[in-house]
Write a protein that binds this ligand. Sequence first.
Ligand code: NCD
Length: 289
Amino acid sequence: MPNLLSMNNLENDTIMSLLKRAGEFQQGERAPIDGTVVNLFFEPSTRTKMSFEMAEHHMGLAVLPFETAFSSILKGETLYDTVKTMEAIGVGAVIIRHEEEEYYQQLEGCKVAVINGGDGSGQHPTQSLLDLMTIYQEFGRIEGIHVTIVGDIAHSRVAKSNASALKKLGAIVSFICPEEWSGDYESSEHLDEFIETTDVVMMLRVQHERHAVSALFSKENYHEQYGLTVAREKKMKDGAIIMHPAPINRGVEIADCLVECERSRIFKQMANGVYIRMAVLEYALKGRD
Ligand code: NCD
């Protein structure tokens, strides 16, 4: 059965048909699947886990509860043996979030479908798909759209998944971050360079859990230098939108009052996440894209 591990190896046609299918689910289409899935979340999650649960509910799937804190992982069982156990008892797909980058390499040979819900600083394909859906619905295309990704690029799986997918689909992608967080990307430190011309400002949370944040950045300092301030939002062009995968640190990467402003698509992104995950579950369990 098809896995969904990374945006790097997903064909453009597959991406576009997942977006189309998600749109059909948004319009009310229902296509129940007779199957069982398990959500294996080894890192905290609110949106991804709950929207997978909502998607599983809409798809009529049976969901076996799994609590990492009460599992045999604590007795030293490997991720491979945990996933093989799911396979043995008849589970069709596992959704995994794990702090280890490319944890899925150790699952090669497992027959159960693996859907990546985020691997460390690696990839977050369903987040990228829901972001693409949001951009596509806004502008009617992805090609030629200018997306400015701002924040902790090097440690953000959202930035990496989107950078790869957006470029493949012909978008123009700019990166704004402190120099030490640029990773492999060519970046600028000045959001003001692009704020008046970009179509999408995609803000990121500083990934405190993945690195020691430099003492250089107090919250106020960071907001002033790299944040979407009220003054910057005023300079955005007509029709330009604000995105953020959340969780949000209000007043740090984005001003509190902008989270729900007219340009913000932050809660739209979350709503789209349910339809994208319905399409992804169908793709993984039925091989349909
Ligand atoms: C993101 C993640 O977990 O990578 N959140 C999400 O899934 N919506 C972003 C983040 O944690 O900053």
